[in-house]
Design a protein. Sequence first.
Length: 453
Amino acid sequence: MSTKTGEGFSSSFGAIMAAAGSAVGLGNVWRFPYICGKYGGGAFLLVYVIFVLFIGMVLMMSEFVIGRRTGEDPMKAYTALKPHHPGWKYVGLAGLLTCFLILAIYLVISGWTLNYFWESLSGTLAGIADTGFEAHFNQFASSAGRPVLFIAIFLFLTALVIVGGVDKGIERVSKLLMPILVVLLMALCVRSMTLEGASAGLSYLFKPDFSKLTGEGVLAALGQALFSLSVGMGVMIVYGSYLPKDDNLLKTSLWITLCDFAIAIFAGIAIFPAVFACGQDPTGGPGLVYQVLPVVFNSMGTVGRLFSIIFFLLLSLAALTSAISLLEALTQWLSGDRIGRTASAIVMSLIVIILAAAASFSFGDGILSGVKIGGMQLFDLLDKLTGTILPPVCALLTIVFFGWFMNKEDIIDELSNHGTVKIGYFKVFYHFLVRIVAPLALIVVLVTGIIGN
Ligand code: TRP
C-alpha cells in the first residue's frame, strides 16, 4: 500500500530530518533543562534515558509501522488494520485532538519566542535593566495584541510550509533548518562552557540528587520523554505514512531518538553554565528562557546581543519544525477525500488560532485570566493536559493496540521490509518491551501520577 494522497518523503535522510524536526522543539530547549534541574539533575537524567530508549523509541517504531503499513491518517490507519473493530479509530482521534491542543499552546510559546527574537534584533532587550525582565515578560505576555500578532506570523510561516507539500515543503525546510539549528546550538554551548564559573551549571545539570527525584519527577520524566519524541499522539503515524518503503524503521527510530536526546542535553549545556556563571537563579522554571537568559546575555556586553539573537532564532526554528508536524497531522486528517491540502491547512489554522489566542489571553494578567476551567486558567489547563496527562494515555492505548491486537506477521513484515532487513532482536522487543514493559510502565506511572496529585 502506498500513501493514498501520493505525498511522501523522497529520501531516508530527509525523513529523519523531518521527524527529528518534529521531535526537537520547545520541549528540548525550553522545557527539558528546567525540568531536569528541578527533579534532581543526573538522577532525573537516568530515569529519562530509560524512558526514552525503552518506551519512547519503541512507541516511535510502533507508530512508524502503523503509519507506513497503511499509508493512512491516524484514524483511518487503525480502521485499515482492524476493519472489524471500528472502536480503535478513536485512539487515532484522541491523538489528533491532543495534537490540536498541543499546537494551540505551542503557538503561544512560539509567539513569545518570535517576539524575543525580534526584540533581540531591534535592541529592545539590550536596553532593559537586569531587574526589569520579569516585568517586561509579564507585561508582554499578558497584553492582548502583540502576542497574538506574533502567533499569527508564526502560524502563517508554518502553514506556508505545509502548503508547499510533504517533500517540497516539510522535507526541504527540515533539511535546511536542522543543520542550522545544530550549528547555532554548538556556538552557544562553547560560549556557555567557557565562561568563568560554568562548572557549577554542569554539576547542577548532571550531578545526581536522588532526594529530588519524587514520584512526580518520574511522571514528569515519562511525560517529557513522550512529549520530546512527539510520540503517543499519532504524529509519527502521519510521518510513518510518508516514509520510503525501503527505509529501515528501527534504524530511523534510533537516529531520531539519539538526535532528540543529544539536542536536549546540549540545550542544558548551553543554558545552565551561563546561568550559574552570571549568578542567576536556575530554578526559574518556565520563565527561565524569557526572564533569566536575557540577563545573562546582557551581562556579556555586545557579543551578548549576538548570542541573544542566536538563541531566540534557534528556539524559533526548533519550534517551527515541530509546529509544522502538528499542523501537518491535522491537515492530512482533514484533507482526506474531502478538501485539498491548501484548504485544509487554512481551515485548521483558522480554528487553532482561536484557541491559541484564548490561551494567550488567559495567561498571567491577560483579559481572560479571570476565566477558570476546573480551577485553572486555560493556558495552565492546556499545559497540564498536553504535558502530563493526554500523551501517556494515548501512548498506552497505542502500544496496547500494537502489542496485543495488531497482527504479528504484519508487524514483522513491515519492520523487516518484507524480509529484506534482519530483525533477529525483534522477539525481545516485541514480547518483552512492547507487550509488557511499556504498557506496565505507562500504567504505573499514570496511576501514581494521578494518585499523587
Ligand atoms: N516534541 C516536541 C518538542 O519537544 C513537542 C511535541 C509534542 C510535538 N508532541 C508533538 C511536536 C507532536 C510535534 C508533534 O518540543
